[in-house]
Design a protein around this ligand. Sequence first.
Ligand code: SF4
Length: 64
Amino acid sequence: MSEQLAVDRHACAGHGLCYGASPDLVNCDDQGDPVIVAHPVPAELLDEARRLVELCPERALTLD
Ligand code: SF4
């Protein structure tokens, strides 16, 4: 089953921890907001995606 990483833009504080930590999964737009770049998350990056969800202090990232 493929898993999708998503960002809740209302919860996100935009401080960039996610795209600093995992540029293969998350990039940023010219406003500094995160943009998910892996759709779906490749199997080899699933563990990294799970760590990223835990890393976000605002709980703005989800993996479903
Ligand atoms: S770590 Fe979380 S709050 Fe910070 S930019 Fe990424 S999604 Fe937004």
